[in-house]
Ligand binder design. Structure first.
Ligand code: GLU
Length: 306
């Protein structure tokens, strides 16, 4: 644990340094505050202005307004995406920023967000039962899930990939996992993908990504499969021991999960995503989170409106 923390800290420092170097010379744009150190700053998270007098005809929003808090389901063990620092309880990552953005447009400041950690297999139930108002956690929009809930998105496009130990030579992509032990997560789409007989993998199913990664480091499994964005975060956190191999082999468009039939909330979320994609917050947020794990920035996919 200690070793991993140190490696993680080193990786973050390295990434921040690299990012700061890459940004060198771009200082001095109109939005810059005076007095900042020139050229050496890491990408900064945007600040989102909190909307006032929000009127969205949604029972979920009305209940949240009454409560004075919006309850958002998130992941806690995905570095750069949805991460909770166990010491400070602080949440960070790209999905956390997406959550703060849309919450601000619904009238809730970061302090008015109540975070609930929801693992992959529990998401639809948490949204459908109303345990969370929104679910924002590497959540692939698909028809199966749309039977139970609705989505607003997609706001990011990921794809299944493979995480292996640094010294792994045989596993180079999905065509090389025959007979290998591959770990993935209950209730996740990459688990369904890797279970297909054509891959011939011996699949281990666990509840949390961090448990799969631990088994990989300990040598109990040969690979972990899930979205490339998640795996790159683990590799960046532990670059001495882990690497991501091969091309992506599934489509994973991320959406915000919300209660089925809440059209007004869905529209408000889509409008919010669109506005932040247009005003540059989205890109800024990306560069200050997921971008630090080595995933190049790509323009967001077109939002689905029907
Ligand atoms: N995006 C995939 C899914 O929604 C995998 C990541 C996850 O488990 O959150 O199932």
């Amino acid at each position: 644990m200690k070793i991993r923390r140190t490696a993680a800290a080193a990786a973050v420092v390295l990434a921040l340094t690299a990012a700061a170097t890459a940004c060198g010379g771009k200082e001095g744009s109109a939005g810059d505050k005076p007095g900042g150190a020139s050229g050496e700053e890491a990408p900064k998270l945007p600040e989102y202005s909190v909307a006032k007098d929000v009127d969205v005809d949604s029972p979920v929003v009305k209940a949240a307004q009454k409560r004075g808090k919006i309850v958002i389901g998130a992941k806690a063990d995905q570095p750069y995406l949805g991460f909770e620092d166990q010491a400070t309880k602080e949440r960070s990552g790209f999905d956390i920023e997406i959550a703060k953005m849309v919450a601000a447009d619904l009238g809730f400041s970061p302090k008015q967000i109540e975070w609930k950690t929801v693992d992959s297999g529990a998401r639809e139930t948490a949204v459908a039962k109303g345990d969370v108002d929104l679910m924002i956690g590497t959540y692939t929009m698909n028809d199966e899930r749309k039977k139970q809930i609705d989505f607003a998105g997609p706001y990011y496009h990921a794809g299944a990939s493979l995480l292996v130990r640094k010294d792994e030579k045989e596993i180079t992509g999905p065509d090389t996992v025959k007979g290998k032990k591959v770990c993935s997560i209950v209730g996740s789409t990459p688990l369904q993908t890797i279970k297909q007989p054509k891959y011939g993998a011996k699949v281990t199913e666990l509840g949390k990504y961090s448990d799969c990664v631990k088994q990989l480091i300990d040598g109990q499994v040969d690979a972990v499969t899930t979205d490339d964005a998640i795996l790159k975060g683990y590799a960046a956190q532990n670059p001495k021991n882990l690497k991501v191999v091969g091309d992506t082999f599934s489509d994973e468009p991320y959406g915000i999960g919300l209660k089925k039939g809440d059209k007004a909330l869905q529209t408000a979320l889509l409008d919010s995503l669109e506005a932040h994609e247009k005003n540059g917050d989205y890109k800024k947020a990306y560069e200050a989170t997921l971008g630090l794990s080595g995933s190049d920035y790509i323009e967001p996919p077109a939002l689905e409106r029907d």
